[in-house]
Each structure stands twice: as C-alpha cells, then as structure tokens.
Ligand binder design. Structure first.
Ligand code: PLP
Length: 419
C-alpha cells in the first residue's frame, strides 16, 4: 500500500493517526457558512432601489426586523443597533449601571461581556462558572456581591441559557439589575421562554459567525417599557421618539442599525427555525455518541434548557483519562483527522487588556488588580477541558456527527502515538 508516496512499512512506523501521517478520518469539508440564497440579494436590491437607505423611518426594514425579532425571542421590545458589544453597552446604561459600580461577569466569555461594563465606567468583577454547563455558577455570583454591585451579566455562552431561576432570585434579593448577554443565544429558551427579556434587558449579536447574521449587527431586547425608551434614546443620539429632531434629552450616540443589515436579517430570520432545529437534532445525536467515548463528556443535560442555540458545541476532554495528553495536542490530532475543533477562550482576566497598565485609562478599574483574580473552574476548563465545535458543523447530516465521534475514538485508541 502506498500512502501519500510512502510505503506501508514507513506508514506503520509513523502511526495510524493523521497527525503522524496516517489517513485522516475525514477529508470532506463540513457545512458552509453563511447560509444564503437569492432572497438576501433580492432584499438588498429592494433597499437600493427604494432609495430609502436609512433605517429609522416608519415602516423601514429595521422596524420590521425589530418587531419580528422581538416576537422570535418572546420579548415585548427590540431595538436594533450596530453590534452586540454596543447592545450590551446600551442595556447596561439603560438599566442604570453607573460609573464606579461593579457588575458580575463570568470570565469564560468573549471580551465584550466585560468591556461593555468598562465602557459605561463600571467595573467587571469575575465570578466562576459551573464546569458542567460552562455558564455562571450562582453560588460564585452570590459570593462576588459587594455593596458596590449593581448588576449581573448572565452570559448564555455557546447558546445555552444560564440558570435563570437562580440568577433572577439572587438579583431580586439583592436589588441588582440582570442583563442577559444573549449574543450567542438566538432562539435559546429557558423553561419554554426564549432568552433576552427574562432579565431586565438582553443583548444579541448578528456578527458574521452568529447563528443569525448580517456580517455585523446587534439588538437589545426587554419587556420593560421604560428601559426600551431609554435604549431607543441612547442609540439615537439622546433623542426621544416623540421629540423634535434637534432635541437631545440625554447623552447618547449614533448606534443605529443600517437598513442593509435589517434587510439581510429579515431573510435570515425566515430560515432561523429550520437551521435551529437542525443544529439541535445533530447536537443531541453527537451528545449521545460522546457518552460512549470515556475520554470526553458532553455537558450536563438540564430539562429547564428547553432550546439550546448551539452557537458552539462544547464538550469536555479529560487528559488524565488519556495518558495526560495535553488538550492542545488532542485538538491538534482531531484537526489532523479532519475535525475543525478549537480550544476556545482563555480566562478573560488573563488577557493583557486586564493588566494594570492597560487599564490605566479607566477611573475605577485602574484600582483593581486582575492579576490576583482566580477562578479555578474557568482556568481548568480553559487549560485542560473545553473543546469547541462551531455551529455550522451542526447544519450537516447525522453522518457528520458520526465522523466526529469516530475521529475522537481513533485518537483515544491510539493516544500513545501522541506521548
Ligand atoms: C458572548 C458574546 N458577547 C458579546 C459579543 C459581541 O458581539 P459583537 O461582535 O456583535 O460586538 C459576542 C460576539 O462576538 C459574544 O460572543
């Protein structure tokens, strides 16, 4: 047998794992992203030809999208904006978080969950996560509360809702605002209620990787009329919906969604249900396959998570069950097998952006020493356990899930080649 120009003897010397020159489990690419068709092109053409290029007019595509997305997320209000980072900033300001106050944030998330807090002048305080869900651990949240705490940032990481029962109870008992970072959680639901307006306000992202996308984009959702008006004003230069054009009631900014974004998003929303169901079906199947592989484990099942958006599929790898092969090496071996796995986040407080010198611009956070923060679960998960697969992989067929499981099994069975 000749493999890539080598004879059989050479190949067996090199090993069976693809990382060592063996035949990869899979060479076929996974599902492509973004998903689009002629309808997106047509929607953009309509905007061009209408001459109505600005989104803040009556009946605009931005307004239509806001109504449709509010309905989709079971929220009374939705305000479109430029991106998810700004959505969180607007939500924090609208619920009244003030400079110098503290907001509890998980360190296992994208930087915007914390940078938005810094942007309103407040200070992120990190609370650890539950390793079986990767979302905020309510007990750690409770322990992080100080007299300066004014809000909790509940990040529905990977598209899996946080324990909203526990976080709502803690927020109520301590008089804190509850913001949902739902940037990855389109269509996700907790006990049948979609996320985004379970807490006081939520922020969504429509950036290129997200399950519903226009390349960039964001939205704030809320059930609270006053918060909705405040967000609307903040995102539109401090104007009021009923005031004169040059009347500015608060200091806001121009954070308006464009008509182009909304045109694309309206079409994306039409196929969201179909793709959402497909991701869940394939992810459930992969979870069932992973249960048999011993060296990895799926995350905990919780019947209160009624819909997982699976923006990411995260599973846990246990190096000690596989001769202490480091996570990075395990991922490298999987990638060589044709499975585009990735290691995911580092603990946010370890990012250079949280060093004393990098925070010298911030009037309050400069007095905090993030080098002393320790969230052991997050550190263990980041360094050793969490492995990610992206959402588009789950838009394919059940056979794709079987390839992933086969590749993990192959790496497991031949891990000595990695030592
Ligand atoms: C958890 C989380 N929060 C916030 C954001 C910020 O969204 P955007 O990139 O649209 O600003 C993202 C996405 O990138 C995210 O994944």
């Amino acid at each position: 047998m000749i493999v890539a120009g080598r004879n059989e003897e050479e190949v067996s010397e090199m090993g069976v794992l693809a990382i060592n020159g063996g035949k990869p489990t899979r060479t076929k690419p996974f599902h492509k992203w973004p998903v689009f068709d002629e309808r997106e092109v047509q929607a953009l053409r309509e905007v061009v030809e209408s001459g109505q290029w600005w989104g803040r007019t009556k009946g605009s595509k931005v307004e239509q999208f806001e109504e449709a997305f509010a309905r989709y997320q079971h929220a009374r209000h939705c305000i479109g904006c430029t991106n998810g980072t700004i959505a969180l900033y607007l939500a924090l300001r609208a619920v009244g978080v003030k400079p110098g106050e503290e907001v509890i944030v998980p360190p296992y998330t994208f930087i915007a969950s914390a940078s938005s807090v810094l942007d309103v002048g407040a200070v992120p305080v990190f609370a650890d996560i539950d390793p079986t869900t990767m979302t905020l651990d309510p007990q750690a949240v409770e322990a992080a509360i100080t007299p300066r705490t004014s809000a909790i940032m509940a990040v529905h990481i990977a598209g899996r809702p946080c324990d909203m029962d526990a976080l709502t109870e803690i927020a109520k008992r301590h008089g804190l605002a509850l913001i949902e970072d739902a940037a990855q959680a389109h269509g996700a639901s907790w006990k049948g209620r979609r996320v985004g307006a379970i807490g006081d306000a939520g922020g969504f992202s429509f950036q290129a990787s997200k399950n519903i996308t226009a390349g960039e984009g964001g939205a704030v959702t809320t059930d609270d009329d006053e918060i909705a008006e405040k967000v609307w004003s903040l995102h539109n230069c401090g104007r009021s919906r009923v005031g004169e054009w040059y009347a500015h009631y608060i200091i806001g900014g121009n954070h308006r969604m464009t008509e182009w974004q909304a045109a694309i998003l309206l079409v994306q929303l039409q196929r969201a249900d179909e793709l959402h169901a497909k991701r869940q079906r394939n992810a459930n199947y992969l979870n069932s396959l992973l249960k048999e592989l011993e060296v990895v484990e799926p995350l905990r099942e919780d019947e209160r998570v009624t819909e997982h958006a699976y923006h990411l599929f995260i599973f846990r790898y246990f190096p000690e069950r596989m001769g202490n092969v480091p996570k990075a090496k395990f991922i490298e071996a999987l990638r060589a097998e044709g499975i585009p796995a990735s290691p995911g986040y580092k603990p946010l407080y370890r990012e250079p952006a949280f060093s004393k010198s990098a925070l010298d611009w911030h009037p309050y956070a400069r007095h905090y020493d993030y080098s002393k923060v320790k969230c052991p679960v997050t550190e263990r998960v980041c360094d050793h356990e969490a492995v990610w697969l992206k959402q588009e992989i789950f838009l394919g067929e059940p056979e794709d899930m079987e390839d992933i499981a086969r590749a993990i099994k192959k790496v497991r069975d031949n891990y000595r080649e990695l030592l």
